[in-house]
Design a protein. Structure first.
Length: 257
């Protein structure tokens, strides 16, 4: 595989573009091919078998286009399909998981109260259960499925501040936010809500996500296998989407930094 081959990135929709932005910042010389499967979004309310089937189809497409590595920029698809994809493909497969460890580590040894926001499928998969088990003995961890937040992004309504604030208020209402230390944005769609979350919770609450860690891990993997791009000029970013709606392309471009 040529070093200057592109990195493939995919998500159930638009959320993964936030990961593309982070990868482009971390690895500016790399070409990136992004595929958003908005025609089949959201993944988070589907069955595990459905998500695996959709993930394999997108992965096959990106590998046919010459991808040297695949980033699953979707916590749901990672939970459902990452291990099976690593068994099927010979190129590096980089997945994502909610940044629960990061949130707990922010306490520097003190017990933390963490809310993990994610899709229903991510939160019910064995992968997240195993992750949660590592920290639940010492920390209070609440799972908060937020499927409406995916729908708002995919419907191009993220700028509808009244809708977003009302939706967040509905999800956060059951919690005493004064006792919360961190909120984990466990879906790549949710990173677009960072400012909304910041305004909705007390100042002491940390808002954390896994995008930066994913980009750094990708960098480390490509460096270890000597697959970093060998060029002095900036790489390109190409967006594609399974939805035939032309508005989806414009929406995707609006999320690209």
């Amino acid at each position: 595989m040529p070093n200057n081959a592109p990195i493939g990135v995919f998500d159930s929709g638009m959320g993964g573009i936030s990961v593309v932005n982070q990868i482009h910042q971390e690895l500016p010389q790399e070409d990136i091919l992004f595929f958003g499967d908005s025609a089949n979004a959201p993944y988070g309310t589907r069955s595990t078998a459905d998500v695996q089937k959709l993930s394999f189809a997108v992965a096959d497409h990106l590998i046919d286009l010459g991808a040297k590595a695949l980033v699953i920029a979707c916590n749901t698809a990672t939970s459902a399909a990452a291990q099976a994809m690593r068994e099927r493909y010979s190129i590096p497969i980089i997945g994502m998981e909610p940044a629960l460890k990061l949130a707990c580590d922010l306490g520097h040894g003190e017990p933390q109260h963490v809310i993990v926001t994610a899709t229903p499928l991510t939160l019910r998969e064995k992968k997240f259960a195993a992750l949660m088990e590592r920290f639940s003995a010492e920390h209070k961890i609440d799972k908060l499925p937020c499927p409406k937040l995916v729908e708002i992004v995919e419907n191009g309504q993220i700028q509808d501040a009244d809708l977003v604030r009302a939706t967040l208020a509905e999800y956060l209402a059951p919690f005493d936010l004064s006792s919360v230390n961190s909120i984990v944005l466990g879906c790549t769609h949710f990173t677009y809500y960072r400012d909304y979350f910041r305004a909705a919770v007390p100042e002491h609450v940390h808002i954390v996500d896994g995008n930066d860690g994913t980009a750094r891990h990708l960098h480390d993997v490509l460096e270890r296998i000597n697959a970093l791009a060998e060029r002095d000029t900036p790489g390109s970013v190409t967006l594609d989407n399974s939805s035939p709606d032309p508005r989806m392309r414009a929406l995707g471009e609006s999320f690209l930094q």
